[in-house]
Design a protein around this ligand. Structure first.
Ligand SMILES: C[S@@+](CC[C@H](N)C(=O)[O-])C[C@H]1O[C@@H](n2cnc3c(N)ncnc32)[C@H](O)[C@@H]1O
Length: 214
């Protein structure tokens, strides 16, 4: 971005965790921020950026109004994990201020990195997020029946083990489950197991699960 336009809120995808995965264009924009909004973990990646730092926690709704108020007067940069257009806060910001008022810088999604880690294409996959969502597991089962591969964002309730148990209870068989945990970070773990074996996996951090037809 050659010229800074404070009328635009910049939403930056910060990738899966490792700073080296953040695009130089994203870093350039982060350094120009007057207000930097993001989770504690993402803000910690930029200790030397002198912007006012605002922690994004469960204050999504209040903060989206503040972002709208700052726009025009201050250069607001919002940090999100992975890619901004894949299950993220971006949707709420765009809904509030409109797409013309946003500049979105893509990031590497955890899903992309997970597929790269297991050496599989994702152009024939289907995706679902169980992160902070009360979804009907019937919806997941339907997708697993219809697609060769399903990529799933998980959370502390919907762990690989819980997902495996729900799929087995739903009558799913002949699938392997990949667990891609803490991608790009020192404690990264990639496992490939049968659905039955996955029931015993102990979760250990952020994870993408990929279900693949055998
Ligand atoms: C709110 S969603 C954000 C997804 C993000 N926009 C993306 O493109 O990756 C958070 C979920 O992404 C996944 N995730 C994020 N970072 C990860 C990592 N380093 N390793 C594995 N999964 C990760 C986990 O399923 C986590 O619960």
């Amino acid at each position: 971005m050659a010229k800074h336009d404070k009328n635009k809120v910049i939403i930056v995808g910060c990738g899966p965790g490792l700073k080296a995965y953040i695009h130089p264009k994203a870093i350039y924009n982060i350094k120009k921020a007057d207000v930097l909004v993001g989770s504690r973990r993402l803000l910690k990646l930029f200790p030397r950026v002198g912007a006012e730092k605002i922690v994004l926690e469960k204050n999504y709704t209040v903060l989206v109004n503040r972002i709208a108020d700052w726009r025009g007067a201050k250069q607001v940069v919002v940090l999100v994990s992975g890619d901004p257009c894949f299950f993220s806060y971006t949707k709420m910001i765009v809904k509030k201020i409109g797409r013309q008022a946003c500049a979105i810088i893509p990031g590497i999604s955890s899903i992309q990195l997970a597929f790269a880690a297991i050496g599989e294409s994702w152009d024939d996959a289907c995706f679902i997020s169980l992160h902070g969502r009360d979804i009907e597991y019937a919806q997941l089962i339907k997708k697993v029946r219809s697609f060769e591969k399903v990529g799933i964002l998980t959370d502390q309730q919907n762990t690989p083990s819980v997902i495996a148990r729900r799929l087995l209870d739903g009558g799913i068989r002949k699938r392997n489950l990949f667990v891609c945990e803490n991608l790009s970070l020192p404690d990264e773990r990639i496992l490939e197991v049968s659905l039955a074996a996955a029931v015993n996996i102990k979760a250990n951090g952020a994870a993408v699960v990929i279900i693949k037809k055998l």
